[in-house]
Design a protein around this ligand. Structure first.
Ligand code: 4AD
Length: 572
């Protein structure tokens, strides 16, 4: 056997500076073995326990050698395994690259002897017949993006989406041998031609059909690897990332289905208003008056003047009544809300209506009718109903009449249920901070939600004290402390509607401006309604995103708008 290798447990080094000679010894026997395998080497060790500086290098005892060898062999086995895996992975990669290289040579030509393909959207069923293995179906051309794909033996299944529907597409034969098919990434836009067929027994796919492709062409390949959409957005990704990548989140089923329900809800509201003879108008977004208090106004310079983004179109709607009859509008409202709650947006879609010559009771009946009619219209449309079912499988249309509860009774109800008022003006540890509710308290979001969730039905919460409501609300003739006002509360969300009868008397309105210290001058056009043939009238505003959060069971209104705007978020 050759020269032994030297191990000095005190002065040795287990790194590149050591070579195993007496002048450059290793520090541990295991390291010496890793460098010089025990099958062909011997070692001399100077023990750490040898206190004497002049201690000698000695042969390793049999037991110590056996023990070190055992550890060494374990390490060796692991090394071998990982280098085996590395080699295998490298070979696999080489094979894959070779196959891809080969695939580049496969050219897919459209077979001109096949019947011309009929262009259809993915949800179309009219004018197409489904074939079987022996009977040809309609040859169609579809355009869309790859939503999902999986390869099974010699077949590739693609779920294509085009915003109208989804279709299962089957690639076999030459098609899967092409470079494009082998490197297909999710979201790639693609044109596919082929024959529509019935599904094999027990299989399931949209509209119970699948497209057996005979030709395809990539229109725009989507990024893959690190940039692949599945890496950019993950269902359990953190909120900020998902918000930054909202444009990609919208490619998903849930997010886009909520948007489809949103469009259907807007159609349904318009239909319900058409049926109740309300006329659609479009008030301005840039205004010079406030409606719901100065704290949430977004101000901006309008040329050389001060102006705001509208908080509500209500005041303008009121001016339409005399000549246009009952009116409604669906326009964005803006609130510079500081609160980061799950039901507040800085920009939201406000559905507002104003009705002339009505009583407070008429207002409540109208509200109940419109909400129920919209739900009925949504559920009567099989496509939208399917989206709602998918998003909110437990959804039940509300039963009529809605529960009516006066504010004063709600205060009592909260106290009976030990739901305290939380005065967030006071420090967290102030013993006065939490106390039973009193008449005059603004019922906070958390308390309101608890009540709504326990009662678990839509509620008309009415007759709020004048002090906690907007200046324009008329008082209840039977109890002048309170207003003829209503909030509609829905389980899971809380308030989705705020409405009231409006002050119709000129002097009373002037007193109301004074009470809240609003300068009446810029409101001259609003005040004039009381000068030129006043009337008992009222209306309401409904937050579309809150309505959707209720209908589609979304945790937050941010999921119910295309690109949410809230504190510090204006991107993308
Ligand atoms: O209760 P609000 O403030 O009432 C008004 O603006 C009235 N002037 C409307 C009218 O009578 N024409 O708002 C009405 C509804 C709320 O119930 C809520 O659904 C929604 O608008 N809303 C918001 N939605 C999302 N984010 C916000 N920051 C919202 N503020 C109000």
């Amino acid at each position: 056997m050759a020269e032994p290798y030297y191990v000095d447990e005190v002065a040795g080094r287990d790194d590149d500076s050591a070579v195993g000679t007496p002048t450059a010894p290793y520090q541990t026997l295991l390291f010496a073995m890793k460098m010089h395998p025990p099958e062909s080497s011997s070692y001399l060790v100077k023990k750490a326990s040898a206190a004497d500086e002049a201690a000698e290098y000695k042969n390793v005892s049999d037991t110590a050698l056996k023990k070190a060898k055992k550890i060494y062999e374990g390490w060796k086995r692991k090394q071998d395994k990982s280098s085996d895996l590395e080699i295998k992975a490298r070979e696999e990669e080489m094979r894959r690259l070779a196959i891809l290289e080969e695939a580049k040579k496969v050219v897919l030509d459209e077979d001109s002897s096949l019947p011309a393909a009929k262009r259809i959207r993915l949800d179309e069923t009219e004018g197409v017949t489904l074939g079987t293995a022996d009977k040809p179906g309609t040859r169609v051309k579809v355009l869309g993006r790859v939503h999902r794909s999986r390869t099974q033996k010699e077949v590739m299944f693609i779920t294509l989406k085009d915003g109208y529907g989804q279709m299962q597409v089957v690639f076999g034969g030459q098609l899967i041998k092409t470079y494009a098919a082998m490197t297909l990434t999710l979201e790639t836009s693609i044109e596919i031609k082929g024959q529509l067929r019935e599904l094999p027994p027990k299989a399931s796919a949209p509209l119970n059909r699948e497209l057996h492709a005979d030709y395809f062409r990539i229109i725009g390949a989507a990024a893959g690897d690190k940039e692949a959409i599945t890496n950019k957005v993950q269902a359990d990704g953190d909120n900020q990332t998902l918000l930054d990548q909202r444009h990609l989140v919208l490619r998903g089923d849930n997010a886009s289905n909520v948007m489809k329900v949103r469009a259907a809800v807007l159609r349904a509201f318009r239909q319900a208003y058409l049926e109740t003879r309300c006329l659609e108008v479009a008030p301005p977004s840039m205004v010079q008056t406030q409606v719901e208090g100065g704290a949430t106004l977004f101000g901006f310079k309008y040329y050389d003047q001060e102006a705001y983004l509208t908080q509500s179109s209500q005041l303008y709607l009121e001016t339409c009544l005399p000549s246009m009859g009952d009116v409604f509008c669906i326009c964005p409202s803006f609130r510079a809300e500081r609160s980061l709650t799950r039901r507040h947006l800085a920009e939201y879609m406000h559905i507002e209506a104003e009705l002339d010559f009505i009583t407070f009771d008429d207002l409540l009946s109208h509200l109940e009718h419109v909400i129920c009619r919209v739900v009925d219209l949504i559920l009567a449309d099989p496509v939208t109903a399917a989206y709602v079912k998918d998003l909110n499988s437990k959804f039940q249309p509300p039963s009529r009449p809605f529960k009516r509860m006066k504010y004063a009774d709600a205060i009592e109800w909260l106290n009976e249920h030990k739901i305290d008022f939380d005065d967030d003006e006071l420090p967290e540890d102030d013993p006065q901070r939490k106390r039973p509710h009193r008449f005059g308290d603004d019922i906070a979001e958390a308390a309101e939600r608890k009540m709504t969730d326990i009662l678990n039905v839509p509620i008309f919460l009415t007759h709020f004290p004048a002090e906690i409501k907007a200046f324009y609300m008329s008082r209840d003739p039977a109890d002048r402390r309170v207003t003829e006002s209503v909030d509609v509360l829905m389980p899971n969300v809380g308030e989705i509607v705020g409405g009231s009868m409006r002050i119709s008397d000129y002097d009373e309105l002037m007193a109301a401006y004074k009470r809240v210290e609003i300068d009446a001058t810029p409101y001259y056009w609003y005040t004039d309604q009381r000068k030129y043939g006043t009337s008992p009238h009222g209306g309401y505003g409904l937050g579309l995103e809150r309505f959707l959060a209720w209908l589609c069971d979304r945790h937050t209104v941010r999921d119910c708008v295309l690109y949410p705007r809230f504190v510090n978020r204006c991107t993308p």
